[in-house]
Design a protein around this ligand. Structure first.
Ligand code: ADP
Length: 173
């Protein structure tokens, strides 16, 4: 199991697939979504517009175009609305479905942003807990040797992820 927390801009990651925290239209937006579309170029929007959108918790794969990454996996995280609306399960599915798509596309490495923790307001600590739990579970149930990078845009979120790993998954350190 290879899970690493890094700080930086996901659009610059040299991995086989980067994950986009998209919205259901898949037609671009702000935050990490906007940054990925800007870096990939207009061909990405062109491919996305043929996909017909994506439900919350699901994922779709496209090419990476001008990115260093070969693929972009677009997944739609839940909007936080208090935690009693199935948000954790939906967020968990984002991670699992993205891993499955990456595996099917033959990827050996994948980078995730902190899905839903920006405009969608998912509390960072809880989102980090769900993300790590989903990934550890994925590795337990598959023979995957995918290299996973959890890309944090700022040091605060990186600290939250590192604390979660230290407290609950010390073997990952
Ligand atoms: P969502 O709508 O799913 O909340 P956002 O893009 O608003 O998506 O935010 C998700 C997370 O991505 C936030 O933690 C935000 O700080 C982070 N983020 C924004 N831009 C980048 C980037 N270029 N690379 C990595 N993470 C980013």
């Amino acid at each position: 199991m290879k899970i690493q927390v890094i700080e930086g801009d996901i659009t610059q990651c040299r991995v086989d697939a980067i994950v986009n925290a998209a919205n259901r239209s898949l037609l671009g937006g702000g935050g990490v979504d906007g940054a990925i579309h800007r870096a990939a170029g207009p061909e990405l929007l062109n491919e996305c517009s043929g996909l017909g959108g994506c439900e919350t918790g699901e994922a779709r794969i496209t090419k990476g175009y001008r990115l260093a990454a070969r693929h972009v996996i677009h997944t739609v995280g839940p909007v936080w609305s208090g935690g009693a609306r199935g948000e954790a399960e939906l967020l968990r599915r984002c991670y699992l479905n993205s891993m499955k798509l990456a595996e099917q596309a033959g990827c050996g490495s994948i980078a995730f942003p902190a899905i839903s923790t920006g405009v969608y307001r998912y509390p960072l600590e809880e989102a980090a807990r769900v993300a790590l739990k989903a990934l550890v579970e994925y590795f337990k149930e598959s023979n995957s040797d995918m290299e996973v990078f959890l890309v944090c845009f700022d040091s605060t979120s990186a600290e939250v992820y590192r604390k979660e790993i230290k407290e609950n998954y010390p073997h990952l350190q």
